[in-house]
Design a protein around this ligand. Sequence first.
Ligand code: ATP
Length: 368
Amino acid sequence: FAPWTDPNEKPLIQFKGVTKRFGDFTAIDNLTQDIYAREFFALLGPSGCGKTTMMRMLAGFETPSEGQILIAGQDMSRVPPNKRAVNMMFQSYALFPHLTVFDNIAFGLKREGKPKDEIEARVAEMLRLTRLERFAQRKPHQISGGQRQRVALARSLAKAPKLLLLDEPLGALDAKLRQQTQFELVDIQEKTGTTFVIVTHDQEEAMTVASRVAVMDEGRIVQVATPSEIYEQPNSVYVADFIGEVNIINGVATPQGDGYDIAWAESQPPLHAQTTRGFSDGQSCHLAIRPEKISISTEEPETRNKVRGTVHDIAYLGNLSTYHVRVPGERIIKAQTANTRRLSRRALTWEDDVWLSWTDTAAVMLEE
Ligand code: ATP
């Protein structure tokens, strides 16, 4: 179920023409974006693009210089942080070292003066949700980093916020634990139905956890889509390049049959691509092709998109191999193949002459 595709669904969060300036520096530039209830929404972008500023405005720690932020239809401009149904979990999710896991999770509920049995029931539920029942009576220094992260999450969810903001929540965890915790986050988000907005500069993390990803560049959102749309149909070279590996070939488009011929290198036959976008005759364009969509062979393939080259470098990654192939124009194209079984034919090696090929739909045509 994708709430953002349902015309009857009202957005939980609305950014309406939001600009945020610090002095004469514009951190967020006239940004309009809806986020729906039950979404796991990721803000992804390089350092300094404005991700944290967006979160801080949602939480109420910063106010927009222009524009409006609405939560559940209500303008937030005069609503202080503690009066919003929003909780924020920071990268440095400082737990109280002298309190047990149980008391850390109960902290906010106690401060609100909730009855004791209600607090106990709620904390027990949070311990179950985050699989921390066994650790309830331990102190933070007596549990692992991953477990501490789950305590912080349980604490953030204890007050049942409508919206949980996660700012680089897994930054402190090592790679393996980080990956495992990403799956746990998704599981917990689905079980609670809470709307999660996560900030990350790690594209794999965004792709793993999010239902939709917003890619940011210098205070703007440049594309919002599901992880697979972002990967398969990036709308710019910037997005294609930011998400995963990509080959970019520059060329000139000519309408041809069901798509475009693209002249890309002198005395080379044109490449061909299909697209729903319109290009004029002679318009400069870029072709974005993921390495794993490129086949590599020693024999000339039947397809019309083929380029002859020489193996320049090979990176063996166990399950995959990446070939760097030198093609006309002194450029390198990367092709990646899965090492599914022992190669029965002779394995490719440096300086081998090869053919690279791909289907008409494998390449995404992008504007300059
Ligand atoms: P990172 O991934 O490094 O945390 P980010 O995308 O979260 O980056 P922000 O923290 O939102 O980036 O900052 C966006 C821009 O606004 C940066 O150039 C930053 O220097 C600037 N900025 C943020 N807060 C302030 C402030 N209080 N005063 C002045 N400039 C600020």
